[in-house]
Design a protein. Structure first.
Length: 62
């Protein structure tokens, strides 16, 4: 779960940064970045929850 959460977090950041360059060709760059920010924020939040749950569920060596 930790690995999947980390991959999702990296993908969310890459999606946000790559879509930032698309604003040059957009008719409404503000609306585009609002949508991109909401989507990347949601995916980033889900990935952080997955990482936390993965860390909580990890067994501690005795």
């Amino acid at each position: 779960m930790i690995a999947v959460g980390t991959v999702l977090l990296v993908l969310a950041v890459l999606f946000f940064l790559s879509m930032r360059d698309m604003t040059l060709w957009s008719n409404d760059p503000v609306a585009l970045m609002r949508t991109v920010g909401e989507v990347s924020g949601a995916v980033g939040g889900i990935s952080l929850v997955m990482i936390v749950f993965g860390l909580i569920g990890r067994k501690v060596p005795v």
